[in-house]
Design a protein around this ligand. Structure first.
Ligand code: CDP
Length: 243
């Protein structure tokens, strides 16, 4: 499959058209950003690590019966995916209080959330991805109630699968964000699942093993991502990632 033209360059990934009209290539770059793009840095090997890790997770989710846009990994930093019509709504599940929830509601960081919470955010960088709800999504046509119901059910199914998977690697899945799209009229999981879009803590020490290391300037960002992969049995290729 050949890359044709760049469709879109996001903060950490670029998207290319291919010879096939219903397939795209995702290129995972080394670029890392936080705080709505106000903090940016290139972290060596990150594109490769996230691409390989995402492929591993997407395959586990497919095995568990969750439909995803992922087809196959093409190289260290590229994957082939199905071209979807993206739904501009982000779904966030939280098992443990952290990040935005702590800031917004003053809940104690680390508190167990039972049942886990479910939140919706509008994908809109300019407005800092504002929190929305089902009513707003329906009124403004971002997603139908049926689509939102399906997205919520799939987001919780992902929670069951991944909480268990990370627990086997002695990690806590604190929270994560998912994005969905339509392919052949069906809701499927899009975007990526990597330590960039979730929070993972060591189950024993509660040490952060995700993008909070970058946000909080803790260092050892890629080393932590690789450790997450290693604990799950992911094998990362040797050598440098391409820019
Ligand atoms: O990022 P922040 O702490 O402000 O937001 P959050 O609502 O606490 O984020 C919940 C989870 O979703 C975290 O794992 C974030 O990394 C992830 N997230 C994301 O990947 N992309 C966003 N635009 C917002 C949140």
């Amino acid at each position: 499959m050949k890359k044709r033209q760049e469709l879109y360059a996001g903060k950490a990934k670029s998207v290319y058209t291919t010879d096939a009209p219903d397939r795209l290539i995702l290129e995972f770059r080394d670029d890392t950003s936080a705080f709505d793009g106000k903090r940016k840095e290139a972290l060596e090997r990150k594109g490769m690590v996230n691409n390989v890790f995402n492929a591993f997770i997407m395959e586990r989710l497919e095995d568990a019966g969750i439909p995803t846009h992922f087809d196959k990994r093409l190289s260290d930093t590229e994957s082939l995916v199905k071209k979807m019509d993206m739904i501009p709504v982000e779904c966030v599940v939280r098992n443990i209080a952290a990040g935005g929830l702590v800031k917004r509601l003053g809940v104690e960081e680390g508190a167990t959330l039972e049942p886990p919470t479910f939140e919706l955010f509008l994908k809109d960088d300019e407005r800092g991805d504002p929190m929305i709800n089902e009513s707003l999504a329906e009124t403004f046509g971002w997603a139908t109630p049926e689509q939102l119901g399906e997205m919520k059910a799939l987001t919780f199914k992902v929670n069951r699968v991944l909480k268990q998977l990370f627990a086997e690697g002695e990690m806590l899945l604190v929270d994560y964000k998912l994005e969905f799209g339509l392919y052949d009229g069906r809701i499927i999981l899009g975007d990526e699942f990597s330590p960039d879009g979730c929070r993972l803590w060591d189950a024993n020490t509660r040490e952060k093993m995700d993008k909070d290391r970058f946000r909080q300037g803790l260092g050892g960002v890629i080393e932590a991502y690789e450790e997450v992969g290693r604990r799950l049995g992911v094998v990362f290729p040797e050598g440098q990632s391409t820019p």
